[in-house]
Design a protein around this ligand. Structure first.
Ligand code: APR
Length: 269
């Protein structure tokens, strides 16, 4: 059982211990989940009330089985989600991580790398390309049959329940699909390898905005913790990972990360 040092729910003062931990690190890895994009307006999957899985069965919408039985509903939902994401912008949390990485690179003070479970491109649009998109990306498309990259297609439906048959691949005639990892599929090899290498090589891990319910992503903090690496959770709620954490900060990503990065980069005087 690790020591869980729970910060007060709305800390006005962040303890120096947290700044010291981050300032002493040279390879910081940040594992992000849907909560990272919540303040950009992208709904999470499991939040009570407005979570996406409150209104849909994930097994129908983001699974190989769902695609096989009803590609039109699966395709229409992904288009709707892609349209929603295209209207959202990176929030101060995404931008803070990008600033941290760029400033440390300029100062040769260390590296900040992101492993994300999110299929949006908000980290990229904040100037920090994740080393691993564990569950793929909704902004790229490929043929479900021959794997040929497809043009980003998109005429967006207004409602998530629309039924639109996916376009056909010009090469082989197979259906075009989003390049996301569905339940029942293997994770992209290069992304899972990069994520495990980073969890085994980092000297600090931040876990931001994930319920910690989907593996193998949820196993990464334990890999780092098993090496004695400090792990910090930033999330307004307890999660399946909370008991593994060294520090738990009950704050949102867009509030906590800018405050933390200002402190680490010395802009908090
Ligand atoms: N800041 C930080 N965390 C937040 C915020 C916020 N503003 N708002 C919500 N959260 C937290 C919630 O408390 C919850 O713990 O984000 C987490 C969201 O959990 P999920 O909806 O389960 O999302 P995630 O953990 O990313 O799901 C993992 O499940 O369905 C699959 O492929 C999907 O990648 C996804 C995976």
């Amino acid at each position: 059982m690790r020591r869980v040092n729970r910060l007060s729910d709305t800390p006005t003062e962040i303890p120096d211990e947290l700044y010291d931990m981050c300032g002493q690190a040279r390879r910081v890895v940040v594992l992000t989940g849907a909560g990272m994009s919540a303040e950009s307006g992208v709904p999470t999957f499991r939040d009570p009330i407005d979570g996406l899985w409150e209104n849909f069965e994930p097994e129908q919408l983001v699974s190989v089985e769902g695609w096989r039985t009803d590609p039109g509903t699966v395709w229409a939902w992904h288009l709707w989600f892609a349209a929603l994401i295209s209207k959202c912008s990176p929030n101060p949390g995404h931008r803070a991580l990008g600033r941290w990485a760029r400033t440390w690179q300029r100062r040769e003070a260390g590296t900040v790398e992101v492993i994300t479970q999110n299929i949006d491109d908000l980290h990229e649009r904040a100037g920090l390309i994740p080393i691993s998109h564990l569950h793929g990306s909704i902004t790229t498309f490929l043929c479900s049959q021959c794997g040929a990259k497809a043009q980003s297609v998109l005429s967006y439906p207004k409602e998530p329940s629309a039924h639109i048959m996916p376009p056909r691949c010009p090469v082989c005639g197979g259906y075009i699909r989003p390049a996301v990892t569905w339940f029942g599929e293997e994770l992209p090899r290069k992304d899972i390898d990069a994520a495990v290498e980073a969890a085994m090589g980092c000297d600090l891990m931040l876990v931001v905005g994930t319920s910690g319910t989907v593996h193998p992503a949820a196993g990464l903090p334990r890999l780092a913790a098993g090496r004695g690496v400090p792990i910090i959770e930033i999330n307004p709620r307890d999660t399946a990972l909370t008991h593994d954490m060294d520090i738990v900060w009950r704050e949102s990503a867009a509030v906590a990360l800018p405050a933390l990065v200002d402190g680490v980069l010395g802009d908090h005087e």
